[in-house]
Design a protein around this ligand. Structure first.
Ligand SMILES: Cc1ncc(COP(=O)(O)O)c(C=O)c1O
Length: 461
């Protein structure tokens, strides 16, 4: 009997949440059911997801920022199908396959000057792991410095550079690392001047909360790293490949890091791929002789389908001028929301670059709303955000997320293919839910308190 994926999907359709609750992550299943995100999507195309009834959902999450070129882009699909049909000699390991060379050449050409060598990985966190390890190996130093609110992935090395207690707390001793406040060069210099720091690792724009650097911060950090012999690692896993309106966010501030990590947007969303880019100096220190040629290595790293997906994705990004589109549409969203939502007392600001956007709320001044705000925050630090994401999904079919633990911030990471129609639909929907949550008591507040009660029941059960 031959295997048929279409038959399998039809036979088992609808068992999604039951299977996940039993075999994968019952806690996540409960969360999705509680907030009403327990949809069953039939397909994804461009900026949209579709359910069985053909209802379209505008995807402003894009798989945590992997679908920069849109879901199931035909060019990326075709390239992968062609690569499969050619029966390529994949992962011989004891050879130098062409596609990895071509993709590495392109990445080196697109990234800052200092970056001359590429190590391919299978995810963002694996790229960060690689960068931290290479930095330790190249400097002979132990300590890593990172910023508060930082997020670099959840494996043990990357977790050592995580600025959020909720992620780190239960997992004991990690790599030797020190947290400094983001946007504070004095605190950074105090650490680096001890001359035991292998690397300072930083996201050019922080993903958790979408915090932007002050104008001279990243240049200043890079200069301090050079002064004290610390390697400067720029983590562009989320900001890369057009997300912020430039191919890489480093371009906004003219940076030239010693190491740079990329992943997410490079894959077109179809095959996992990531990379660490490094200077020749770092490469030579670690891969110092023939004996050391695989001192850092991973089995699936340069696999031909991932390389194909990466090459096709880069070509689509430029051919369709998606980076320019990200800059334009991002600006349009921020400008419109900042204007239309300014009269609402709990709305703080829309900020970001390109299509990496935070919509932040703040404590109200009026007595009525203060009561609601206090009650919601007492019930759960992340609940206010759900008061917006839940109706955005339920009423307007827009998928968004809360930007991090205990934040009153909604984060937008749409595909870079969105046009005026999608911007308009999102802004109209967001204006409605913002207006709704300024009516207290009623609508959104009841929904949120209902969520809190449901969550309590589910935790007890
Ligand atoms: C800046 C940054 N670095 C690293 C990672 C980890 O990537 P992955 O989830 O592919 O392991 C992420 C993921 O969100 C990220 O945003």
């Amino acid at each position: 009997m031959s295997f048929d994926i279409k038959n399998l999907l039809e036979d088992r359709w609808g068992e999604n949440y039951r299977l996940h609750a039993k075999y994968l992550n019952p806690q996540l299943t409960k969360v999705l059911q509680t907030i009403g995100f327990d949809k069953i999507y039939r397909k994804g195309e461009g900026a949209y997801l579709y359910d069985d009834e053909g209802v379209a959902y505008l995807d402003f999450l894009s798989g945590y920022g992997v679908f920069n070129v849109g879901r199931n882009h035909p060019v990326v699909k075709k390239a992968i199908q062609d690569a499969i049909d050619m029966d390529l000699s994949n992962m011989v390991q004891m050879d130098c396959a062409l596609l990895a060379g071509v993709l590495a050449e392109k990445l080196v050409a697109l990234t800052p000057e200092r970056l001359q060598k590429v190590f391919f990985t299978n995810s963002g966190t694996e790229a960060v792991e690689g960068a931290l390890k290479l930095a330790k190996g190249a400097t002979g130093r132990e300590r890593i410095v990172f910023a508060d609110h930082a997020f670099h992935g959840l494996t043990l090395g990357s977790l050592s550079a995580n600025g959020c207690d909720e992620f780190r707390k239960p997992f004991g001793a990690l790599l030797a690392s020190t947290q400094v406040p983001f946007n504070n060069l004095v605190a950074l210099e105090a650490e680096l001047s001890r001359k035991d720091v292998a690397a300072f690792v930083v996201e050019p724009i922080q993903g958790k909360g979408v915090h932007l650097p002050e104008d001279d911060y990243l240049q200043g950090a890079q200069a301090l790293c050079r002064k004290y012999g610390t390697l400067f690692i720029l983590d562009e896993v989320q900001t890369g490949f057009g997300r912020t309106g430039k191919m890489f966010a480093s371009e906004h501030w003219g940076l030239d890091p010693d190491l740079m990590t990329v992943a997410k947007g490079l894959s077109g969303g179809l095959i996992p791929v990531g990379a660490v880019l490094m200077s020749d100096a770092v490469y030579k220190k670690v891969f110092s002789n023939m004996e050391k040629c695989v001192v850092h290595s991973t089995t699936f790293g340069r696999n031909q389908l991932a390389m194909t997906a990466g090459l096709a994705t880069l070509s689509v990004l430029t051919a369709e001028r998606l980076i320019e589109n990200a800059a334009r549409q991002g600006e349009a969203i921020r400008a419109r929301i900042n204007e239309s939502c300014a009269p609402y007392e709990m709305f703080a600001e829309a900020r970001g670059k390109g299509l990496m956007i935070a919509l932040e709320f703040k404590k109200p001044k009026s007595t009525k709303l203060k009561i609601g705000w206090k009650a919601i925050h007492a019930a759960n630090g992340g609940l206010f955000g759900q008061m917006l994401t839940v109706p955005l999904m339920e009423k307007y079919h827009v998928l968004t997320q809360v930007a991090g633990h205990n934040m009153d911030v909604i984060k937008l990471l749409p595909t870079l293919v969105i046009g005026d129609k999608e911007v308009d639909h999102f802004c109209n929907s967001f204006e409605q839910v913002t207006a709704d949550c300024h009516r207290f008591p009623g609508g959104s507040w009841d929904v949120a308190m209902g969520l809190a009660k449901k969550a309590m029941k589910k935790t007890e059960s």
